[in-house]
Design a protein around this ligand. Structure first.
Ligand SMILES: Nc1ncnc2c1ncn2[C@@H]1O[C@H](COP(=O)(O)OP(=O)(O)OP(=O)(O)O)[C@@H](O)[C@H]1O
Length: 358
């Protein structure tokens, strides 16, 4: 950023304190609290209808708040009595649809927000050129939006939001309209964009792999409520409930007679706990596929026997669905494809004990 001579946006932290939004009888966002540090890349993640977009729109100022407060670097932007309008929040929003003006060139699209503020001449052109350089589109300044790919259009939208040096950039499912290959490329662009600008980014998505790949921290939402808030690794390794475990990454949930919620269960205790009688197996444990070892030999004393129910080729490995003696299914990876219906020996190396759902 500095070598491009553009002012580093003074990224600011956001404090969301028990924010609630109701639409008639329905509570779209329910007493949600989050503290977002300056320069952090945060994803709001959850299934359709959980309130992510509503939360983002309240941050932007497109929706009012019924209860709670939103603060940007100690300035109150929204509460039950205060509503700072969007244009006074020093935030920029990037939409799923890019929202570029079709009759304006790339450079004119990017420069529009600063032209509105009265910037003209050399200073204007320099600002536009720098914003385009940040998203590596300097060579496309004179093109019309129709002559760009979806990924390039999204980068124009990013440059346009950057040009006004926002403290916070809000992104609403910005990759939803792109194909899988382009999404992967754009994930790199977003990470790069974040590193170069140091802006605070709040990114809405329902795609957990996208959130995991991009964000420093993820807020997992369900029915308007925050269910877990943490780094991607923490959510993956230590999901709080069965619902979060099912939403983030792959894995199997088994009932065991061992362990305590919020604690790791080591292999030996996990295997003993699985062998207990059904009525004693009350603790739900998440077992990730990378913590399962499969052998096509006959099981020895401490191992479980499982039947191979399905085998899917995933390129670098096979994904197996195994049926355990308890009737539960187990997702495992293996480097060769065992025969369907054959028996394999299973070793579980560790599990994570989940809290009961509230
Ligand atoms: N303007 C509105 N009027 C009435 N209800 C609304 C309004 N906006 C959102 N809602 C409702 O609030 C809930 C949350 O919607 P929101 O768009 O925030 O969810 P989302 O998590 O972003 O979903 P998606 O991923 O499908 O966009 C939904 O049940 C939705 O129908």
């Amino acid at each position: 950023m500095a070598e491009l001579g553009m002012a580093v946006p003074s990224s600011a932290g956001l404090s969301i304190d028990r924010v609630t939004k109701r639409f008639g009888e329905q509570t779209a966002v329910d007493a949600l609290s989050l503290t977002i540090n300056p320069g952090e890349f945060v994803a709001l993640l959850g299934p359709s209808g959980c309130g992510k977009t509503t939360m983002l729109r309240m941050l932007a100022g497109f929706e009012t708040v019924n209860d709670g407060t939103i603060q940007l670097a100690n300035r109150t932007l929204a509460s039950a009595d205060i509503h700072v309008p969007p244009e006074q929040r020093n935030m920029a929003m990037v939409f799923q649809s890019y929202a570029l003006w079709p009759h304006m060139s790339v450079a004119d699209n990017v420069g529009y927000p600063v032209k509105l503020r009265g910037l003209r001449g050399a200073a204007y052109h320099q600002k536009v050129q720098q914003a385009l350089a940040l998203v590596e589109l300097d060579a496309y300044a004179d093109r019309m939006p129709q002559a760009l790919s979806g990924g390039q259009r999204q980068r124009v939208a990013l440059a346009r939001c950057l040009v006004s040096d926002p403290s916070v950039v809000l992104l609403d499912e910005p990759l939803a309209n792109l194909d899988r290959h382009l999404r992967a490329t754009m994930e790199h662009s977003f990470r790069d964009f974040h590193q170069r600008t140091g802006a605070t980014l709040v990114y809405v998505t329902h795609d957990q792999t996208e959130a995991m790949a991009l964000a420093d921290k993820i807020a997992v939402m369900k029915a308007g409520k925050l269910v877990q808030w943490g780094a991607p690794e923490t959510l993956y390794r230590q999901p709080r409930t069965a619902w979060v475990a099912g939403f983030i990454g792959q894995g199997s949930q088994l009932k065991v007679a061992a362990g305590h919620p919020g604690k790791r269960l080591e292999g030996a205790a996990l295997m003993r706990g699985l062998n207990a009688i059904t009525s004693e197996r009350t603790q739900s444990v998440l077992v990730r596929p990378e913590h399962i070892q499969i052998s096509t030999q006959a099981p020895v004393a401490h191992q479980l026997a499982a039947q191979v129910e399905s085998v899917i080729f995933r390129g670098e490995r096979y994904e197996l669905s195994l049926r355990l003696p308890s009737g539960e299914t187990l997702l495992a990876y293996h480097h060769i494809a065992p025969d369907l219906g054959s028996q394999v020996a299973v070793d579980l190396q560790q599990g994570w004990c989940l809290e009961p759902e509230q």
